[in-house]
Design a protein around this ligand. Structure first.
Ligand code: ADP
Length: 202
């Protein structure tokens, strides 16, 4: 490490890129149980952002785990490394002026705190995608709860691995009593004040 000297100038171009894109970048971090609705809402939210002229990038658990993090397992160490890389990827997008929409279970307060501190608290909006285990299990979009109940998957969040309800979420959306579009709208209404350049220049 002593022979590595990062060029600060390379990392200091955010303002220029934000001006080009006419937006302020931020990381939207959605946590919640598998099947709570993170990916569905991410797509709805991206659609709303695009319609309003904001440039976004969705970062989603399964896509990341089949791409940049495909060499990682679900061991404690690899879960930490998974999150560290995701947070670093967020930093690159943010320095490029792009709004990220993250969709990761991120089950513990510690995991969300790490993401917040690596990405930077000023760049971080935490969203809890709230649906109780019974509903997620009933939806069982990917058939994973069934497999977890049968013991074919272990360490499955909500079954034999903990999910700590977020205590510091900026927004919570209830996906049982609201449609995906309504949930995305609530998130969009919150972040549009942060990402719009007009407001930042006031
Ligand atoms: P996650 O990414 O959290 O694992 P998914 O988005 O893959 O969850 O799956 C959520 C499932 O729940 C989808 O089949 C979706 O159609 C359904 N669903 C029902 N109501 C909602 C809602 N209000 N918000 C998001 N998804 C919902």
């Amino acid at each position: 490490m002593t022979h590595i000297h990062p060029h600060e100038e390379i990392e200091n171009k955010r303002k220029v890129k934000e001006q080009l894109l006419n937006q302020h970048s931020v990381a939207i971090w959605m946590s919640g149980l598998s099947g709570a609705g993170k990916s569905t809402i991410a797509l709805e939210l991206e659609k709303m952002c695009t319609q309003q002229g904001f440039v976004t990038q969705i970062l989603d658990g399964d896509n990341i785990r089949t791409g940049i993090n495909k060499n990682l397992s679900f061991s404690d160490d690899d879960r930490k490394e998974n999150l560290r890389r995701i947070a670093e990827v967020n930093k690159l997008f943010i320095s490029c002026g792009i709004i990220t929409i993250n969709s990761f279970i991120s089950p513990t307060e510690a995991s969300r705190k790490t993401a917040r501190s690596v990405i930077g608290a000023d760049n971080f909006v935490e969203v809890y995608i709230d649906a109780p285990l019974e509903v997620c299990e009933q939806r069982d979009v990917k058939g994973l709860y069934k497999k977890a109940r049968e013991g074919k998957i272990t360490q499955f969040t909500g079954i034999d691995s903990v999910f700590e309800k977020p205590k510091h979420a900026d927004i919570t959306v209830d996906t049982v009593h609201n449609t995906a579009e309504e949930c995305a709208r609530k998130i969009f209404d919150y972040i549009k004040l942060i990402v719009s350049v007009e407001r930042r220049l006031c």
